[in-house]
Write a protein that binds this ligand. Structure first.
Ligand code: SF4
Ligand code: SF4
Length: 394
């Protein structure tokens, strides 16, 4: 096998695993006065005030009775709520069939990719799982501390499953990651932080969770361990895992930039020991392109996306968004903001002209500055929201 091309992120020190308890999505859910909240803020007293403000976003989406439009809040619950059922320990993971199916890794990789695409993924790539991208401790709900077998429906916590409660260490011992990208309806996202964009985000997260669970179940039925990772049950940081698998590159905006979907996507993955042929990392020229393009940063209403240089974060040099500023803005909106995903020049519909422009951006570096300029001329420098369609308002 030829040596793998290196991913385009720059490792400049010792890689450190990330604690999921430090994510804004874990901190916003800390219940004031709970043992978890007290433990966390004893470790991080400097975050008490900011975490109280973060909690406002979750209050906005978790209390439909307090919403300006209860029908919108109901829609949010209907799209995001059931994903938690796909997060159960014996749904993301589970019993492995006793008989192993052995196959050529290249053939098996092709079969897995075909399956994932048929189930609904827009792109699938396979890479090594770097243990540095495994979360160190569990921080976001749902937690499964009390999860018990209930045959024949639930088999309980499978052997080796980790991260049952807040603060539990997480281990993912697998060698490979099958990473899947799911595109979003760009027009719904262009409504810009509305119930319509939330609906689309929830729809795609739901699909991605289901496909990840189905692919993992297929692999276990072939006799190999496999665990799904999706919105409601991540064991790994999906963006660097996706970069290692060659699904795209990390952009200035903090999202993976995919050559066809741009930043307008959601990710899910399956980790496994099933022997699979690996894909090489991809160099699209995104690091250079983002140096010349600040469109996400200049359009970000919260100032969360840096306009300056990369910084070193846990051993990797990269552009680092400020997730607190971003989530506080979501709280202000009462919806997830989508602006950076849709203004990115890479997030265009997959028409022939757009695909040709993407190929020029990838293969003709001297023209990248011109392409940034042209994108501003054709699509404007500022985000302009689309009027929401009549559906799904009630
Ligand atoms: S989602 Fe919105 S607020 Fe958050 S980084 Fe992107 S543009 Fe900024
Ligand atoms: S908008 Fe421009 S700077 Fe931001 S991620 Fe996309 S290409 Fe990079």
């Amino acid at each position: 096998m030829s040596p793998r091309q290196a991913p385009t992120y720059e490792i400049v020190g010792q890689l450190e695993r990330f604690d999921e308890r430090d994510t804004v999505f874990a901190r916003e859910r800390l219940v004031s006065g709970s043992p978890e909240e007290r433990a966390y803020h004893t470790m991080h007293p400097e975050l008490v005030e900011i975490d109280r403000r973060l909690a406002r976003f979750i209050e906005a989406v978790d209390q439909p009775e307090a919403a300006a439009n209860p029908a919108d809040a109901a829609l949010y619950r209907a799209t995001f709520g059931p994903i938690a059922g796909l997060a159960l320990p014996d749904v993301v993971d589970g019993e492995v069939a006793p008989e192993r199916v052995e196959a050529d890794p290249a053939q098996m990789a092709a079969r897995i990719k075909t399956l994932a695409r048929r189930l609904g993924a827009d792109d699938v790539r396979i890479g090594p799982l770097n243990s540095a991208w495994v979360y160190s401790h569990r921080g976001t709900p749902p937690f499964f501390e009390e999860y018990r077998p209930n045959p024949p429906h639930f088999s309980g916590v499978p052997p080796g499953y980790t991260g049952l409660k807040w603060g539990d260490p997480i281990e993912v011992p697998h060698k490979y990651a099958i990473v899947m990208a799911f595109g979003q309806d760009r027009d719904l996202l262009r409504t810009g932080g509305t119930p319509h964009s939330d609906f689309e985000i929830g729809r795609v997260y739901g699909l991605s969770a289901l496909v990840a669970v189905q692919v993992a179940a297929y692999i276990r039925a072939l006799g190999w361990p496999a665990r799904a990772h999706h919105l409601r049950n991540y064991g790994v940081l999906l963006v660097p895992v996706a970069v290692d698998a060659g699904l795209g590159e990390l952009g200035r905006c903090g999202y993976l930039l995919h050559p066809r979907l741009g930043a307008n996507l959601r990710l899910a993955c399956v980790t496994t020991d099933l022997p699979l042929a690996l894909d090489p990392p991809m160099d699209l020229g995104v690091q250079d392109f983002c140096e010349k393009c600040l469109k996400c940063a200049t359009n970000c209403p919260s100032g969360a996306i840096p306009k300056g240089d990369k910084v070193v974060v846990r051993g990797v040099r990269k552009w680092q968004i400020d997730p607190v500023k971003c989530l506080l803005y979501w709280g202000h909106l009462g919806s997830a903001c989508t602006i950076c995903q849709v203004v990115c020049p890479w997030s265009k519909p997959s028409t022939l002209p757009h695909r040709l422009v993407a190929q020029v951006a990838i293969h003709v570096p001297p023209l990248r500055r011109f392409l940034v300029w042209a994108d501003d001329r054709v699509y404007g420098t500022r985000f302009r929201p689309l009027p929401p369609p009549p559906w799904p308002h009630i």
